[in-house]
Design a protein around this ligand. Structure first.
Ligand code: NAD
Length: 479
Protein backbone atom coordinates (compact mmCIF):
# COMPACT_ATOMS: atom_id res chain seq x y z
CA UNK A 1 0.00 0.00 0.00
CA UNK A 2 1.26 3.50 -0.84
CA UNK A 3 2.22 5.42 2.27
CA UNK A 4 0.05 8.43 2.96
CA UNK A 5 1.56 11.82 2.11
CA UNK A 6 0.92 14.84 4.31
CA UNK A 7 -0.09 18.06 2.56
CA UNK A 8 -1.25 21.46 3.81
CA UNK A 9 -4.63 22.82 2.72
CA UNK A 10 -6.35 26.19 3.22
CA UNK A 11 -9.99 26.86 2.40
CA UNK A 12 -9.60 30.62 1.94
CA UNK A 13 -12.43 33.10 1.45
CA UNK A 14 -15.47 33.69 -0.76
CA UNK A 15 -16.05 30.61 -2.92
CA UNK A 16 -12.84 29.08 -1.43
CA UNK A 17 -14.50 26.78 1.16
CA UNK A 18 -17.09 25.36 -1.26
CA UNK A 19 -14.64 24.65 -4.10
CA UNK A 20 -12.10 23.21 -1.63
CA UNK A 21 -14.74 20.95 -0.05
CA UNK A 22 -15.74 19.75 -3.53
CA UNK A 23 -12.07 19.12 -4.43
CA UNK A 24 -11.31 17.26 -1.20
CA UNK A 25 -14.48 15.20 -1.73
CA UNK A 26 -13.14 14.03 -5.13
CA UNK A 27 -9.69 13.32 -3.70
CA UNK A 28 -11.12 11.30 -0.80
CA UNK A 29 -13.56 9.36 -2.98
CA UNK A 30 -10.66 8.51 -5.31
CA UNK A 31 -8.80 6.91 -2.44
CA UNK A 32 -5.78 9.19 -2.89
CA UNK A 33 -3.27 8.41 -0.11
CA UNK A 34 -3.12 11.92 1.33
CA UNK A 35 -3.59 13.33 4.80
CA UNK A 36 -4.44 16.97 5.23
CA UNK A 37 -3.18 19.60 7.64
CA UNK A 38 -5.53 22.58 7.50
CA UNK A 39 -4.27 26.12 8.07
CA UNK A 40 -6.27 29.32 8.16
CA UNK A 41 -5.41 32.13 5.73
CA UNK A 42 -7.11 35.23 4.36
CA UNK A 43 -9.63 37.79 5.49
CA UNK A 44 -10.16 36.61 9.08
CA UNK A 45 -6.40 36.42 9.65
CA UNK A 46 -5.90 39.93 8.19
CA UNK A 47 -8.64 41.16 10.53
CA UNK A 48 -6.81 39.69 13.52
CA UNK A 49 -3.95 42.05 12.64
CA UNK A 50 -1.58 39.79 10.67
CA UNK A 51 -0.63 42.09 7.79
CA UNK A 52 0.16 39.28 5.33
CA UNK A 53 -2.99 37.21 5.97
CA UNK A 54 -1.21 34.21 7.50
CA UNK A 55 -0.54 33.29 11.17
CA UNK A 56 3.15 32.83 12.01
CA UNK A 57 2.45 29.22 13.14
CA UNK A 58 1.04 28.25 9.72
CA UNK A 59 4.53 28.44 8.19
CA UNK A 60 5.53 25.39 10.29
CA UNK A 61 3.00 23.25 8.43
CA UNK A 62 4.06 24.60 5.02
CA UNK A 63 7.75 24.07 5.73
CA UNK A 64 7.08 20.55 7.00
CA UNK A 65 4.73 19.22 4.27
CA UNK A 66 6.31 21.33 1.47
CA UNK A 67 3.11 20.96 -0.58
CA UNK A 68 0.22 23.42 -0.32
CA UNK A 69 -3.23 23.12 -1.89
CA UNK A 70 -4.69 26.57 -1.54
CA UNK A 71 -8.14 28.04 -2.20
CA UNK A 72 -8.43 31.71 -3.23
CA UNK A 73 -8.59 34.43 -0.63
CA UNK A 74 -10.00 37.93 -0.59
CA UNK A 75 -7.20 40.48 -0.45
CA UNK A 76 -8.27 43.53 1.58
CA UNK A 77 -8.05 46.77 -0.43
CA UNK A 78 -5.83 49.69 0.53
CA UNK A 79 -2.62 50.18 2.44
CA UNK A 80 -1.32 48.41 5.53
CA UNK A 81 -1.76 44.86 4.19
CA UNK A 82 0.47 42.70 2.04
CA UNK A 83 -0.66 40.23 -0.62
CA UNK A 84 -0.69 36.75 0.92
CA UNK A 85 -0.02 35.13 -2.44
CA UNK A 86 3.03 37.27 -3.08
CA UNK A 87 4.26 36.64 0.49
CA UNK A 88 3.89 32.85 0.19
CA UNK A 89 5.45 32.67 -3.26
CA UNK A 90 8.46 34.74 -2.23
CA UNK A 91 8.95 33.28 1.26
CA UNK A 92 8.90 29.69 -0.01
CA UNK A 93 10.94 30.52 -3.14
CA UNK A 94 8.20 29.43 -5.58
CA UNK A 95 9.86 30.95 -8.61
CA UNK A 96 7.81 29.46 -11.46
CA UNK A 97 4.06 29.89 -11.82
CA UNK A 98 2.86 27.35 -14.37
CA UNK A 99 -0.58 28.08 -15.84
CA UNK A 100 -1.91 25.74 -18.52
CA UNK A 101 -4.87 27.17 -20.46
CA UNK A 102 -6.59 24.96 -23.01
CA UNK A 103 -9.97 24.88 -24.66
CA UNK A 104 -12.41 21.97 -24.43
CA UNK A 105 -14.09 22.30 -27.82
CA UNK A 106 -16.84 21.39 -28.67
CA UNK A 107 -18.02 20.91 -25.08
CA UNK A 108 -17.25 24.37 -23.70
CA UNK A 109 -17.98 27.49 -25.71
CA UNK A 110 -14.82 29.16 -27.04
CA UNK A 111 -13.78 31.05 -30.16
CA UNK A 112 -10.45 29.20 -30.02
CA UNK A 113 -11.11 25.47 -30.38
CA UNK A 114 -7.45 24.52 -30.84
CA UNK A 115 -5.93 26.50 -28.02
CA UNK A 116 -3.46 24.71 -25.74
CA UNK A 117 -1.05 27.14 -24.11
CA UNK A 118 1.08 26.96 -20.98
CA UNK A 119 2.05 30.28 -19.44
CA UNK A 120 5.13 30.15 -17.23
CA UNK A 121 5.16 33.31 -15.19
CA UNK A 122 8.08 34.56 -13.09
CA UNK A 123 6.77 34.62 -9.55
CA UNK A 124 9.09 36.50 -7.20
CA UNK A 125 10.45 39.63 -8.88
CA UNK A 126 9.52 42.51 -11.17
CA UNK A 127 7.22 45.21 -9.75
CA UNK A 128 5.88 42.57 -7.32
CA UNK A 129 8.92 43.10 -5.10
CA UNK A 130 6.55 45.51 -3.37
CA UNK A 131 9.18 48.23 -3.03
CA UNK A 132 7.22 51.45 -3.36
CA UNK A 133 7.91 54.93 -2.02
CA UNK A 134 6.31 58.31 -1.99
CA UNK A 135 9.30 60.51 -2.70
CA UNK A 136 7.88 64.00 -3.09
CA UNK A 137 4.51 65.66 -2.76
CA UNK A 138 3.72 64.75 -6.36
CA UNK A 139 5.59 61.55 -7.10
CA UNK A 140 5.42 57.91 -6.02
CA UNK A 141 7.63 55.17 -7.37
CA UNK A 142 7.57 51.38 -7.67
CA UNK A 143 10.84 49.55 -8.14
CA UNK A 144 11.02 46.99 -10.93
CA UNK A 145 13.62 44.34 -10.08
CA UNK A 146 14.70 41.75 -12.63
CA UNK A 147 17.63 39.61 -11.54
CA UNK A 148 19.94 37.40 -13.58
CA UNK A 149 19.67 34.36 -11.26
CA UNK A 150 15.87 34.76 -11.05
CA UNK A 151 15.53 35.02 -14.83
CA UNK A 152 17.96 32.16 -15.46
CA UNK A 153 16.14 29.80 -13.09
CA UNK A 154 12.70 30.61 -14.48
CA UNK A 155 13.67 30.50 -18.14
CA UNK A 156 15.60 27.28 -17.69
CA UNK A 157 12.54 25.82 -15.99
CA UNK A 158 10.38 26.87 -18.97
CA UNK A 159 12.70 25.12 -21.45
CA UNK A 160 12.94 22.00 -19.26
CA UNK A 161 9.14 22.00 -18.94
CA UNK A 162 8.75 22.21 -22.73
CA UNK A 163 11.29 19.41 -23.23
CA UNK A 164 9.74 17.05 -20.69
CA UNK A 165 6.12 17.73 -21.59
CA UNK A 166 6.55 17.19 -25.33
CA UNK A 167 6.04 20.84 -26.27
CA UNK A 168 7.75 22.26 -29.36
CA UNK A 169 8.07 26.02 -28.92
CA UNK A 170 8.87 28.55 -26.18
CA UNK A 171 7.88 32.20 -26.66
CA UNK A 172 9.27 34.99 -24.50
CA UNK A 173 7.50 38.35 -24.18
CA UNK A 174 9.07 41.54 -22.86
CA UNK A 175 8.98 45.29 -23.39
CA UNK A 176 12.71 45.57 -23.97
CA UNK A 177 12.30 48.22 -26.65
CA UNK A 178 11.51 50.54 -23.71
CA UNK A 179 12.94 48.85 -20.59
CA UNK A 180 16.26 48.03 -22.18
CA UNK A 181 18.01 47.04 -18.96
CA UNK A 182 15.35 45.14 -16.95
CA UNK A 183 13.32 43.50 -19.71
CA UNK A 184 16.48 43.53 -21.82
CA UNK A 185 18.17 41.23 -19.28
CA UNK A 186 15.20 38.82 -19.29
CA UNK A 187 15.28 38.68 -23.10
CA UNK A 188 19.05 38.22 -23.18
CA UNK A 189 18.89 35.35 -20.69
CA UNK A 190 16.11 33.80 -22.82
CA UNK A 191 18.42 33.90 -25.86
CA UNK A 192 21.38 32.54 -23.89
CA UNK A 193 19.51 29.61 -22.32
CA UNK A 194 17.42 28.95 -25.41
CA UNK A 195 20.64 28.23 -27.32
CA UNK A 196 21.09 25.16 -25.07
CA UNK A 197 17.82 23.68 -26.42
CA UNK A 198 18.35 23.39 -30.18
CA UNK A 199 15.35 21.04 -30.61
CA UNK A 200 12.87 23.63 -29.38
CA UNK A 201 11.58 26.55 -31.46
CA UNK A 202 12.19 29.96 -29.90
CA UNK A 203 10.42 33.22 -30.40
CA UNK A 204 10.38 36.68 -28.78
CA UNK A 205 7.54 39.19 -29.04
CA UNK A 206 7.12 42.67 -27.64
CA UNK A 207 4.53 42.14 -24.93
CA UNK A 208 1.85 44.49 -26.28
CA UNK A 209 1.55 42.74 -29.63
CA UNK A 210 2.15 39.42 -27.85
CA UNK A 211 -0.90 39.92 -25.64
CA UNK A 212 -2.98 41.12 -28.60
CA UNK A 213 -2.06 37.93 -30.48
CA UNK A 214 -2.85 35.80 -27.44
CA UNK A 215 -6.32 37.34 -27.36
CA UNK A 216 -6.80 36.83 -31.11
CA UNK A 217 -4.79 33.77 -32.24
CA UNK A 218 -3.80 31.80 -29.12
CA UNK A 219 -3.23 28.73 -31.34
CA UNK A 220 0.13 30.22 -32.38
CA UNK A 221 1.50 29.78 -28.82
CA UNK A 222 2.74 26.69 -27.05
CA UNK A 223 4.82 27.56 -23.94
CA UNK A 224 5.06 31.25 -23.05
CA UNK A 225 7.63 32.51 -20.53
CA UNK A 226 7.22 36.00 -19.11
CA UNK A 227 8.18 38.34 -16.28
CA UNK A 228 5.75 38.56 -13.35
CA UNK A 229 3.40 41.43 -14.27
CA UNK A 230 2.96 40.44 -17.92
CA UNK A 231 2.41 36.84 -16.78
CA UNK A 232 -0.30 37.89 -14.37
CA UNK A 233 -2.18 39.66 -17.15
CA UNK A 234 -1.61 37.26 -20.02
CA UNK A 235 -2.60 34.18 -18.02
CA UNK A 236 -5.98 35.72 -17.19
CA UNK A 237 -6.48 36.58 -20.87
CA UNK A 238 -5.54 33.04 -21.89
CA UNK A 239 -7.77 31.43 -19.24
CA UNK A 240 -10.74 33.63 -20.09
CA UNK A 241 -10.62 33.00 -23.85
CA UNK A 242 -10.15 29.26 -23.34
CA UNK A 243 -13.69 29.11 -21.98
CA UNK A 244 -13.79 30.31 -18.37
CA UNK A 245 -11.48 31.74 -15.77
CA UNK A 246 -13.01 29.06 -13.49
CA UNK A 247 -11.24 26.23 -15.35
CA UNK A 248 -7.55 27.08 -15.23
CA UNK A 249 -5.24 25.49 -12.65
CA UNK A 250 -1.82 26.68 -11.57
CA UNK A 251 1.27 25.23 -9.98
CA UNK A 252 3.77 27.43 -8.13
CA UNK A 253 7.05 25.57 -8.22
CA UNK A 254 10.17 26.10 -6.11
CA UNK A 255 13.31 24.13 -5.28
CA UNK A 256 11.92 23.05 -1.90
CA UNK A 257 8.15 23.57 -1.88
CA UNK A 258 5.20 23.81 -4.27
CA UNK A 259 1.78 25.43 -4.07
CA UNK A 260 -1.25 24.55 -6.20
CA UNK A 261 -4.21 26.88 -6.68
CA UNK A 262 -6.84 27.92 -9.21
CA UNK A 263 -5.88 31.08 -11.07
CA UNK A 264 -9.18 32.82 -10.26
CA UNK A 265 -9.96 34.80 -7.12
CA UNK A 266 -12.47 34.37 -4.31
CA UNK A 267 -15.44 35.56 -6.47
CA UNK A 268 -17.26 37.05 -3.44
CA UNK A 269 -20.42 37.90 -5.39
CA UNK A 270 -21.21 34.21 -6.00
CA UNK A 271 -19.87 32.88 -2.68
CA UNK A 272 -21.99 30.57 -0.55
CA UNK A 273 -24.45 29.74 -3.35
CA UNK A 274 -23.00 26.39 -4.50
CA UNK A 275 -22.71 27.70 -8.08
CA UNK A 276 -18.93 28.22 -8.45
CA UNK A 277 -16.98 25.93 -10.74
CA UNK A 278 -14.53 23.84 -8.66
CA UNK A 279 -12.58 22.77 -11.79
CA UNK A 280 -9.67 25.26 -11.46
CA UNK A 281 -8.89 24.01 -7.95
CA UNK A 282 -9.63 20.36 -8.77
CA UNK A 283 -7.26 20.45 -11.78
CA UNK A 284 -4.66 22.17 -9.58
CA UNK A 285 -5.01 19.24 -7.15
CA UNK A 286 -4.50 16.88 -10.12
CA UNK A 287 -1.25 18.74 -10.97
CA UNK A 288 -0.28 18.35 -7.31
CA UNK A 289 -0.82 14.58 -7.51
CA UNK A 290 1.48 14.48 -10.56
CA UNK A 291 4.05 16.51 -8.66
CA UNK A 292 3.86 14.00 -5.78
CA UNK A 293 4.33 11.08 -8.19
CA UNK A 294 0.73 9.87 -7.57
CA UNK A 295 0.28 9.53 -11.32
CA UNK A 296 -2.30 6.80 -11.32
CA UNK A 297 -4.65 8.94 -9.21
CA UNK A 298 -3.92 12.11 -11.21
CA UNK A 299 -4.80 10.26 -14.40
CA UNK A 300 -8.03 8.74 -13.02
CA UNK A 301 -9.35 12.06 -11.72
CA UNK A 302 -8.31 14.07 -14.77
CA UNK A 303 -9.92 11.63 -17.20
CA UNK A 304 -13.10 11.45 -15.08
CA UNK A 305 -13.19 15.25 -15.12
CA UNK A 306 -12.83 15.32 -18.93
CA UNK A 307 -15.63 12.74 -19.26
CA UNK A 308 -17.86 14.89 -17.00
CA UNK A 309 -17.24 17.90 -19.24
CA UNK A 310 -17.92 15.77 -22.34
CA UNK A 311 -21.16 14.49 -20.83
CA UNK A 312 -22.36 18.10 -20.68
CA UNK A 313 -22.48 18.25 -16.87
CA UNK A 314 -21.59 21.92 -16.46
CA UNK A 315 -21.62 24.61 -13.77
CA UNK A 316 -23.53 27.80 -14.51
CA UNK A 317 -20.73 29.97 -15.95
CA UNK A 318 -19.92 27.47 -18.73
CA UNK A 319 -23.48 26.22 -19.25
CA UNK A 320 -25.00 26.83 -22.71
CA UNK A 321 -28.27 25.44 -24.05
CA UNK A 322 -26.54 24.09 -27.14
CA UNK A 323 -23.50 22.42 -25.57
CA UNK A 324 -24.55 21.43 -22.06
CA UNK A 325 -26.94 18.74 -20.86
CA UNK A 326 -27.25 19.47 -17.15
CA UNK A 327 -26.62 22.61 -15.11
CA UNK A 328 -25.15 21.58 -11.75
CA UNK A 329 -23.90 23.21 -8.59
CA UNK A 330 -20.39 22.98 -7.13
CA UNK A 331 -20.95 19.84 -5.06
CA UNK A 332 -23.07 18.09 -7.72
CA UNK A 333 -20.28 18.68 -10.24
CA UNK A 334 -17.82 17.00 -7.86
CA UNK A 335 -20.25 14.07 -7.43
CA UNK A 336 -20.52 13.75 -11.22
CA UNK A 337 -16.70 13.51 -11.44
CA UNK A 338 -16.65 10.84 -8.72
CA UNK A 339 -19.37 8.89 -10.53
CA UNK A 340 -17.08 8.79 -13.61
CA UNK A 341 -13.88 7.68 -11.88
CA UNK A 342 -12.42 4.91 -14.01
CA UNK A 343 -13.99 6.30 -17.22
CA UNK A 344 -12.16 8.08 -20.03
CA UNK A 345 -13.17 10.84 -22.41
CA UNK A 346 -14.38 9.83 -25.88
CA UNK A 347 -13.19 12.82 -27.94
CA UNK A 348 -11.08 15.06 -25.72
CA UNK A 349 -7.51 13.80 -25.50
CA UNK A 350 -7.11 11.25 -22.71
CA UNK A 351 -4.61 12.39 -20.12
CA UNK A 352 -1.64 10.26 -19.32
CA UNK A 353 0.62 11.04 -16.37
CA UNK A 354 4.11 9.63 -16.60
CA UNK A 355 4.76 12.34 -14.20
CA UNK A 356 7.86 13.21 -12.49
CA UNK A 357 8.91 16.53 -11.15
CA UNK A 358 11.10 18.41 -13.52
CA UNK A 359 14.66 18.03 -12.30
CA UNK A 360 16.50 21.23 -12.95
CA UNK A 361 19.99 20.65 -14.37
CA UNK A 362 22.84 21.94 -12.27
CA UNK A 363 24.53 24.86 -13.96
CA UNK A 364 27.20 27.37 -13.09
CA UNK A 365 26.76 31.07 -13.41
CA UNK A 366 29.48 33.22 -14.90
CA UNK A 367 31.25 35.21 -12.18
CA UNK A 368 30.21 38.88 -11.91
CA UNK A 369 32.33 41.37 -13.79
CA UNK A 370 34.69 44.08 -12.53
CA UNK A 371 32.57 46.91 -11.05
CA UNK A 372 33.63 50.58 -11.08
CA UNK A 373 31.79 53.60 -9.66
CA UNK A 374 31.81 56.45 -12.18
CA UNK A 375 29.04 58.72 -10.96
CA UNK A 376 25.81 59.16 -9.12
CA UNK A 377 22.19 60.05 -9.89
CA UNK A 378 20.81 62.23 -7.11
CA UNK A 379 17.01 62.54 -7.04
CA UNK A 380 15.90 65.87 -5.63
CA UNK A 381 12.55 67.22 -4.38
CA UNK A 382 12.39 70.83 -5.58
CA UNK A 383 9.93 73.40 -6.89
CA UNK A 384 12.63 75.48 -8.60
CA UNK A 385 13.11 75.78 -12.37
CA UNK A 386 15.71 73.48 -14.00
CA UNK A 387 18.19 76.38 -14.41
CA UNK A 388 17.77 77.53 -10.79
CA UNK A 389 18.22 73.96 -9.55
CA UNK A 390 21.32 73.44 -11.71
CA UNK A 391 22.76 76.69 -10.33
CA UNK A 392 22.28 75.58 -6.73
CA UNK A 393 23.74 72.12 -7.42
CA UNK A 394 26.81 73.56 -9.16
CA UNK A 395 27.40 76.04 -6.34
CA UNK A 396 27.03 73.30 -3.70
CA UNK A 397 29.14 70.56 -5.33
CA UNK A 398 31.57 72.37 -7.62
CA UNK A 399 33.02 70.25 -10.42
CA UNK A 400 33.66 66.94 -8.65
CA UNK A 401 31.80 64.99 -9.75
CA UNK A 402 30.55 67.16 -12.61
CA UNK A 403 26.81 67.75 -13.06
CA UNK A 404 26.07 66.56 -16.60
CA UNK A 405 22.29 66.33 -16.82
CA UNK A 406 18.97 66.99 -15.10
CA UNK A 407 15.84 65.10 -16.14
CA UNK A 408 12.23 65.30 -15.02
CA UNK A 409 10.22 62.07 -15.44
CA UNK A 410 13.09 60.89 -17.66
CA UNK A 411 13.03 63.90 -20.02
CA UNK A 412 16.10 66.10 -20.25
CA UNK A 413 15.42 69.59 -18.88
CA UNK A 414 19.01 70.79 -18.32
CA UNK A 415 21.20 71.74 -20.12
CA UNK A 416 19.15 73.09 -23.00
CA UNK A 417 15.71 71.95 -21.91
CA UNK A 418 12.51 73.09 -23.58
CA UNK A 419 9.99 75.34 -21.86
CA UNK A 420 7.10 73.16 -23.12
CA UNK A 421 8.20 70.13 -21.03
CA UNK A 422 5.86 69.48 -18.11
CA UNK A 423 7.81 69.19 -14.88
CA UNK A 424 6.87 67.75 -11.48
CA UNK A 425 8.73 68.31 -8.19
CA UNK A 426 10.94 65.23 -8.79
CA UNK A 427 14.32 65.74 -10.49
CA UNK A 428 17.07 63.32 -11.42
CA UNK A 429 20.42 65.10 -11.27
CA UNK A 430 23.21 63.13 -12.91
CA UNK A 431 26.81 63.63 -11.75
CA UNK A 432 29.14 61.60 -13.93
CA UNK A 433 32.89 61.41 -14.41
CA UNK A 434 34.40 61.20 -17.87
CA UNK A 435 37.33 59.37 -19.46
CA UNK A 436 37.47 56.24 -17.32
CA UNK A 437 37.80 58.18 -14.04
CA UNK A 438 36.29 56.57 -10.94
CA UNK A 439 35.08 57.73 -7.54
CA UNK A 440 34.67 56.17 -4.10
CA UNK A 441 31.88 55.83 -1.56
CA UNK A 442 33.70 58.45 0.51
CA UNK A 443 33.43 60.86 -2.47
CA UNK A 444 29.70 60.15 -2.65
CA UNK A 445 29.28 60.76 1.09
CA UNK A 446 31.27 64.02 0.88
CA UNK A 447 29.18 65.21 -2.05
CA UNK A 448 25.90 64.41 -0.28
CA UNK A 449 27.22 66.28 2.75
CA UNK A 450 27.67 69.36 0.56
CA UNK A 451 24.12 69.03 -0.79
CA UNK A 452 22.78 68.74 2.76
CA UNK A 453 24.69 71.87 3.81
CA UNK A 454 23.17 73.75 0.86
CA UNK A 455 19.66 72.66 1.97
CA UNK A 456 19.01 70.59 -1.14
CA UNK A 457 16.31 67.97 -0.42
CA UNK A 458 17.77 64.82 -1.96
CA UNK A 459 15.38 61.90 -1.67
CA UNK A 460 17.25 59.05 -3.27
CA UNK A 461 20.52 58.22 -4.96
CA UNK A 462 21.56 55.60 -7.50
CA UNK A 463 25.19 54.75 -8.15
CA UNK A 464 26.34 54.83 -11.77
CA UNK A 465 28.60 51.84 -12.29
CA UNK A 466 30.33 50.03 -15.09
CA UNK A 467 30.55 46.22 -15.12
CA UNK A 468 33.47 44.87 -17.14
CA UNK A 469 33.66 48.31 -18.75
CA UNK A 470 29.99 48.31 -19.84
CA UNK A 471 27.62 50.98 -18.56
CA UNK A 472 25.27 49.61 -15.89
CA UNK A 473 22.66 52.35 -16.26
CA UNK A 474 20.41 53.78 -18.93
CA UNK A 475 21.62 56.92 -20.66
CA UNK A 476 19.70 60.08 -19.96
CA UNK A 477 18.02 61.56 -23.01
CA UNK A 478 20.55 63.65 -24.89
CA UNK A 479 23.58 61.94 -23.35
P1 NAD B 1 -12.30 36.65 -9.39
O1 NAD B 1 -11.44 35.68 -10.13
O2 NAD B 1 -12.64 36.29 -8.00
O3 NAD B 1 -13.66 36.85 -10.21
C1 NAD B 1 -13.68 37.32 -11.57
C2 NAD B 1 -14.98 36.85 -12.24
O4 NAD B 1 -14.91 35.44 -12.49
C3 NAD B 1 -16.22 37.05 -11.39
O5 NAD B 1 -17.29 37.32 -12.27
C4 NAD B 1 -16.42 35.70 -10.74
O6 NAD B 1 -17.77 35.46 -10.38
C5 NAD B 1 -15.95 34.75 -11.83
N1 NAD B 1 -15.39 33.51 -11.28
C6 NAD B 1 -14.18 33.39 -10.67
N2 NAD B 1 -13.99 32.14 -10.28
C7 NAD B 1 -15.08 31.45 -10.65
C8 NAD B 1 -15.47 30.08 -10.51
N3 NAD B 1 -14.66 29.19 -9.93
N4 NAD B 1 -16.66 29.72 -10.99
C9 NAD B 1 -17.46 30.59 -11.60
N5 NAD B 1 -17.16 31.90 -11.78
C10 NAD B 1 -15.98 32.32 -11.29
O7 NAD B 1 -11.58 38.05 -9.46
P2 NAD B 1 -11.88 39.42 -8.69
O8 NAD B 1 -13.36 39.62 -8.61
O9 NAD B 1 -11.04 40.42 -9.36
O10 NAD B 1 -11.29 39.23 -7.24
C11 NAD B 1 -12.06 38.86 -6.10
C12 NAD B 1 -11.12 38.72 -4.90
O11 NAD B 1 -10.22 37.62 -5.12
C13 NAD B 1 -10.22 39.94 -4.65
O12 NAD B 1 -10.16 40.17 -3.25
C14 NAD B 1 -8.87 39.52 -5.17
O13 NAD B 1 -7.83 40.18 -4.52
C15 NAD B 1 -8.88 38.05 -4.85
N6 NAD B 1 -7.98 37.23 -5.66
C16 NAD B 1 -7.38 36.19 -5.04
C17 NAD B 1 -6.58 35.33 -5.75
C18 NAD B 1 -5.96 34.18 -5.03
O14 NAD B 1 -6.16 34.02 -3.84
N7 NAD B 1 -5.16 33.38 -5.71
C19 NAD B 1 -6.38 35.52 -7.13
C20 NAD B 1 -7.03 36.59 -7.77
C21 NAD B 1 -7.84 37.44 -7.02
Amino acid sequence: MTQSINITVAKGDGIGPEIMNATLFVLRESGVPLTYEEIEIGEAVYKRGHSSGIEPGAWDSLRKTKVFLKAPITTPQGGGVKSLNVTIRKTLGLYANVRPCRSYHPYIDTRHPNMDVVIIRENEEDVYAGIEHRQTEEVVQCLKLITRPGSEKLIRYAFEYAKHRGRHKVTCMTKDNIMKMTDGLFHRVFDEIGAEYPDLEKDHLIVDIGMARMADIPEMFDVVVVPNLYGDIISDIAAEISGSVGLAPSANIGDHCAMFEAIHGSAPTIAGQNIANPSGLLLSAVKMLGHLGLNEYAERIHNAWLKTIEDGIHTGEIYTDTRSKQRVGTQEFAEAVVARLGQEPDRLPRQHYMGRQIQMPVYERKPAGDKQLIGIDVFVDSRQSPDELADRLLKAVGDFPPLVLITNRGVKVWPEGMSETFCTDHWRCRFQLADGKTMTHADVAAMLGKLAEAGIDFIKTEHLCTFDGKLGFSLGQGQ
